[in-house]
Design a protein around this ligand. Structure first.
Ligand code: HEC
Length: 510
C-alpha cells in the first residue's frame, strides 16, 4: 500500500513537468490536421489533400511558412475584436506542435497509432432538401483571366416559402473559386455567361460559398426561429468565379435548399441589406487612402452576420456601430484578402439600438508594397464592380430587434440543430471527441480536446484518489507519466467554463 508521502511525490513529479512538447511523430500531430486542416484539405478539393502521413509530409515545407505567416488556416477576421461561428483557426500550441514535428524531421513513426481520419461526404446537411437547383453542365470560359458567370435559375415555387438552410455544392470543386447567391424575387433576371458578370443581379443577398465554407443554417428552434422569405416565382442567381486557366473544364454546381414546413408560425424574417457603401472611391497610383461609409439606424436591429466586401487594393477594414460614448464592435480584418470573403455569423445576435450609426472604414494600399495590387506598376483606381476597380460594400443580415435578442446564443442553437448533427465536415467541439494517446502509455500522455477552453485535467487511481491535477488554458497538452506506477487510472477532463466533463480509462505501463 502506498504511503501518503508517495502519493504526494507522484503529484509533485507530475506537476513539475506538465507541458513537455515531445511530439515526435505523425500520430501526435494527426489529430491537429484532422480538426484544423482537412475540412478543406481532403480529396478532390481546391486545397491539396492532407489526409495521411505521405500527403501531409509532402506539404511540410510550404506548411512551415504558411503557419508561421498565419496564412493557414485562412481566417481573416481579428479574433481579438469579435468572434464568429465556424472559425478556421489554430491555437499557438497546436501550431508549435506541427512546426516542432516538421523541424525534428517530420517522422512517420507508427502511423497506425494515429486516430482514424474523418470521413467527408459531398453533402454536409442531413436529410433531404426541399429543392435542389442546378446550373447544369457548364464549360469554364476562364482562359488567361478569371471568369465570373451568373446563372439565373427559376425556383418554380408556386407559393412563398421561408428558407431555413442551404448548402452550395460545386460539381468540380477545384475550379469553383467562390459562389455568391442573390435572390431575384421578381423573377425577371436572366443568366449572363460571358465571363464578365461582375455585378450579380437580384434584390436580396442570400450568402455564398468559398472553399471550406460550412453550409448556411439559420437558427430553427426556440429561442429563435428565423429565415429568409422567398416569394413564389423567384429566381436564384448564382455568381460563380472560375479562376484563370480552367478553360474547357466542366462544372455543374448545385444549391440545396431546406425550407420551414408550410404553415410554420413564429419564424422571424432575416433581412439582407448593404447599409455601408461608398461609390466615391478614388485611389491615385502609388498612394494609400482611407474611405468610410456610415448609416444611422432609424430602429433597433439585431445583427446576425456581417459581409464586408472590397477588392484587391484594399488591405484592411473595420465595421462597428457607435453613439456618443459607446462603440459596438462588429468585424475587423487586418489583412483583407479578396479570395477569403464570406458572411461571418456572430455567436450571439448583436443588438444595435435605434439612433446608433453603423460605420465602416476601409484602407486602400495602391502602392507596390501591396502584394495583391492587380496593377504593376500601380494605376489610378476608382470605384467600380470589376475586380481591378475597388469597392466599399459591406452587407449585413439582420432582424428587427426584440427584447432579449442580445442573450440569444446562436452557437448553442446551431449545435443542437438536426440538420447539422454529427456533421463531420465541421471541426468537432464536443468533449467526447477528445483524443488521449498513446493508451496504454509509458512516459507521456498526449491529450487533445477539439475545443479551446480552460481545462482541469486530473488522474485518479483505482481507489479514487486524485494523483495528478493540472490546469491548462490550452486544448493540446502533454503530461509526463514517468513517475506514475504501472496500473489502471481514470483521466478526467473538466471544461472549467462550461462544466462539461470527459472521463476515460487509461493504462500506464512502463
Ligand atoms: C478554409 C479552408 C482551409 C483550411 C481550414 C486550411 N487550408 Fe490550407 N489551403 C486552403 C486552400 C484553398 C489552399 C490552396 C491555395 C489557396 O487558394 O490559397 C490551401 C493551401 C495550403 C498550403 C499550400 C499548398 C501548396 O500546394 O503549396 C499549405 C501548406 C496549407 N494550405 C496548409 C494548411 C494547414 C497546415 C492547415 C491547418 C492548420 C490548413 N492549410 C487549413 C484552404 C484551407
Amino acid at each position: 500500500m502506498k504511503t501518503f508521502c508517495q502519493v504526494i511525490m507522484t503529484i509533485f513529479c507530475i506537476l513539475t513537468i506538465p507541458n513537455i512538447h515531445a511530439q515526435t511523430d505523425y500520430k501526435d500531430v494527426a489529430p491537429i490536421f484532422y480538426s484544423r486542416c482537412t475540412s478543406c484539405h481532403h480529396e478532390n478539393q481546391h486545397a491539396p489533400s492532407m489526409m495521411n502521413y505521405s500527403e501531409t509530409i509532402a506539404l511540410s515545407y510550404a506548411m512551415m511558412s504558411d503557419l508561421m505567416t498565419n496564412k493557414m488556416p485562412p481566417w481573416p477576421p481579428d479574433t481579438s475584436y469579435t468572434r464568429f461561428e465556424h472559425e478556421h483557426i489554430i491555437t499557438t500550441s497546436e501550431k508549435n506542435a506541427i512546426i516542432n514535428w516538421i523541424s525534428n524531421g517530420g517522422l512517420a513513426g507508427d502511423t497506425t497509432l494515429a486516430p482514424p481520419p474523418p470521413v467527408y461526404s459531398p453533402f454536409q446537411l442531413n436529410g433531404t432538401p426541399d429543392l435542389v437547383l442546378r446550373t447544369g453542365m457548364f464549360t469554364s470560359n476562364a482562359s488567361s483571366t478569371d471568369a465570373y458567370n451568373c446563372f439565373s435559375i427559376p425556383t418554380n415555387l408556386t407559393q412563398d416559402r421561408i428558407l431555413r438552410a442551404y448548402e452550395i455544392v460545386p460539381g468540380n470543386v477545384p475550379i469553383v473559386h467562390h459562389v455568391v447567391v442573390n435572390l431575384d424575387s421578381m423573377g425577371t433576371t436572366s443568366s449572363s455567361l460571358s465571363g464578365n458578370c461582375y455585378t450579380i443581379t437580384g434584390d436580396i443577398g442570400i450568402g455564398g460559398y468559398a472553399p471550406g465554407a460550412p453550409p448556411t443554417v439559420f437558427p430553427g428552434q426556440a429561442p429563435l426561429k428565423a429565415g429568409i422569405r422567398i416569394k413564389a416565382g423567384s429566381k436564384l442567381v448564382l455568381q460563380i468565379h472560375y479562376p484563370a486557366g480552367t478553360i474547357g473544364q466542366i462544372d455543374s454546381t448545385q444549391i440545396r435548399l431546406y425550407f420551414y414546413p408550410i404553415g410554420t408560425t413564429g419564424v422571424r424574417t432575416i433581412y439582407n441589406n448593404v447599409p455601408l457603401q461608398n461609390w466615391g472611391l478614388n485611389i491615385p497610383a502609388n498612394t494609400t487612402r482611407t474611405f468610410n461609409a456610415s448609416y444611422t439606424l432609424p430602429a433597433a436591429i439585431s445583427i446576425f452576420s456581417d459581409f464586408p466586401h472590397s477588392h484587391k487594393v484594399c488591405t484592411s477594414l473595420v465595421n462597428y456601430a457607435y453613439q456618443t460614448n459607446d462603440t459596438i464592435p462588429l468585424i475587423r480584418i487586418n489583412s483583407w484578402k479578396f479570395d477569403w470573403q464570406g458572411y461571418y455569423t456572430f455567436r450571439n445576435l448583436v443588438k444595435v439600438p435605434s439612433g446608433y450609426t453603423l460605420f465602416s472604414s476601409h484602407f486602400f494600399d495602391n502602392t507596390i508594397s501591396n502584394p495583391n495590387n492587380p496593377n504593376s506598376p500601380p494605376l489610378n483606381v476608382y470605384a467600380g464592380t470589376s475586380t481591378t476597380d475597388e469597392m466599399l460594400f459591406d452587407a449585413i443580415q439582420w432582424l428587427l430587434y426584440q427584447p432579449g435578442d442580445e442573450i440569444i446564443d446562436i452557437s448553442s442553437i446551431l449545435a443542437n440543430d438536426p440538420l447539422l448533427s454529427a456533421n463531420v465536415n465541421e471541426p468537432s467541439s464536443d468533449l467526447t471527441q477528445t483524443y488521449v494517446y498513446p493508451n496504454p502509455s509509458t512516459d507521456l500522455l498526449n491529450i487533445y480536446v477539439p475545443k479551446e477552453s480552460d481545462y482541469r485535467i486530473s488522474i485518479f487511481n483505482i481507489a479514487g484518489q486524485r494523483i495528478s491535477d493540472t490546469m491548462v488554458t490550452d486544448n493540446f497538452t502533454s503530461l509526463s507519466t514517468k513517475n506514475v506506477p504501472d496500473g489502471m487510472y481514470l483521466l478526467k477532463i473538466e471544461d472549467t467554463k462550461s462544466n462539461e466533463q470527459f472521463v476515460k480509462k487509461i493504462i500506464i505501463s512502463h
